[in-house]
Design a binder for this molecule. Structure first.
Ligand code: SF4
Length: 446
């Protein structure tokens, strides 16, 4: 049985979010064929201007068919009558009489379905000639576009610091109908804001061309506002709830929820209002459980920041850390500056404000040099008050993974908390080695 199953079955918002992710294919088909919506492929959480254009952003793996646990499918039907809240209560009752332990498998199945699909996308990319020397994240994204790129009307891409990533986007050109680029200058000097604002305007014009409708300042601000609310909730979970001595679930479940947030943040499961509702319910459910004393005392368990994980990581790590008495935190989007809010105050210029947001993320996270990026890791680790850092070094990454030595030195000088690195190439491949490494690391923390 999964260590997660016991308490996740009562988390309706988690199940709903997982369902929205895994059942994306049917949902997107409905939007595309019945409502005539345009689909735009996005990655890394850059979906705002797509929502504003009334097209549908999609992190491309969501166009795949996933093996859905039949209970989760049935739950979705029941939920349309009862609502998700009551549905998860029903599930909690059913669990008591579930002698075949089918419900226990719901969470395992969610996790396995996602992991298997990521590996499948990687294999597809390699079989079709992409160099196996690329990192897992890039191979996966290439595989996703190879598999379903024909279904999207365009891919929207923002330049980041990694040249391999930029090359990858060039390479998917034949796989999608159209590409929209937003070039962000690597430094905030000279006319950087004007440059990026022009590029956003050009991307908006191209989206308007695709959808046939105009994107107004009001639409942009409405979207930024929604997005800001989502980021606020995300930060509350990261900074407030994760810092509590009492968790609303076991720490492995908590890490699983953070991992799901991290994956789904990229396109808000193609529906930003629904995503806001889910993350709001998630926060409320967490608070309610804590208030009622339902959960786990984690005061003696050290908190470990595991990062970066957006380019691929071994999900088993959080379970291993839990078994070794530690809790895992994932905060990549915060480290990379993508949880910063966009100014929507009266008389602000939304394109310029979005430009400032992109420049800030570039300077501190996705586009900066190693010195600034390691400072960003350090600042967030300090703000989160973690007890240790595990740096995830990806095979094939010559960009972020190169930061490790500099980060280790800075952590030694400023934070004086333990730090270690683990290697990652493919899900499920290196578990014994990771286990040994984590064992030695957690011993230092005791
Ligand atoms: S993991 Fe490294 S190589 Fe892969 S996209 Fe990120 S920075 Fe680039």
């Amino acid at each position: 049985m999964s260590v997660f199953a016991d308490d996740v079955v009562n988390f309706s918002s988690f199940l709903k979010m997982a369902y929205d992710f895994l059942a994306g294919r049917e949902y997107l088909k409905k939007l595309k064929f019945k409502q005539g919506k345009k689909l735009i492929s996005v990655v890394l959480g850059f979906s705002d201007i797509v929502f504003a254009s009334e097209a549908i952003p999609v992190f491309p793996i969501r166009m795949e068919s996933f093996n859905l646990n039949p209970y989760l499918v049935a739950l979705n039907s029941v939920s349309s009558v009862l609502g998700w809240d009551l549905t998860s209560k029903v599930l909690g009752v059913l669990k008591q009489v579930d002698s075949r332990k089918i419900i226990d498998k719901i969470v395992d199945d969610i996790i396995n379905a996602i992991n298997e699909k990521y590996n499948e996308m990687n294999d597809l990319a390699v079989e079709n000639g992409i160099s196996s020397d690329f990192c897992y994240g890039i191979k996966g994204l290439y595989g996703m576009h190879l598999s379903k790129g024909k279904n999207v009307d365009a891919s929207l891409y923002y330049t980041i610091r990694c040249s391999a990533f930029n090359k990858y986007h060039e390479s998917i050109k034949p796989l999608v109908a159209r590409q929209i680029w937003v070039d962000i200058p690597p430094r905030n000097i000279g006319n950087a804001l004007e440059f990026v604002s022009n590029n956003i305007t050009s991307a908006i014009t191209q989206l308007e061309d695709i959808t046939g409708s105009t994107i107004t300042d009001n639409q942009l601000n409405k979207q930024f506002n929604l997005s800001n609310k989502i980021k606020k909730k995300y930060k509350t979970i990261l900074y407030e709830i994760s810092n509590s001595d009492f968790y609303p679930c076991n720490p492995a479940t908590f890490a699983e929820i953070l991992a799901l947030l991290s994956i789904t943040f990229q396109d808000y499961n193609s529906n930003n209002q629904r995503y806001l509702d889910n993350i709001t319910n998630l926060e409320n459910e967490m608070r309610e459980r804590i208030r009622k004393g339902i959960g786990v005392d984690v005061s003696k368990m050290p908190r470990i920041l595991l990062t970066p994980m957006f380019g691929g990581w071994e999900p088993k790590t959080q379970e291993l850390l839990y078994e070794m008495g530690a809790r895992t935190l994932y905060a990549d989007w915060e480290i990379l500056g993508l949880l910063e809010e966009i100014n929507v105050s009266r008389n602000s210029n939304p394109i310029e404000e979005y430009g400032k947001f992109l420049i800030n993320a570039t300077n501190n996270g996705i586009g900066c040099d190693n010195d600034q990026l390691t400072s960003s890791y350090l600042n967030i680790a300090e703000k989160l008050g973690v007890d240790g850092i595990i740096f995830n070094q990806l095979f094939g990454c010559h960009s972020i993974s190169n930061c490790y030595n500099m980060l280790r030195e800075k952590v030694r000088q400023r934070l004086e908390i333990p730090i270690t690195s683990i290697n990652f190439n493919r899900i499920g491949e290196n578990i014994e080695q990771i286990k040994t490494r984590l064992g030695a690391f957690t011993e230092i923390l005791q």
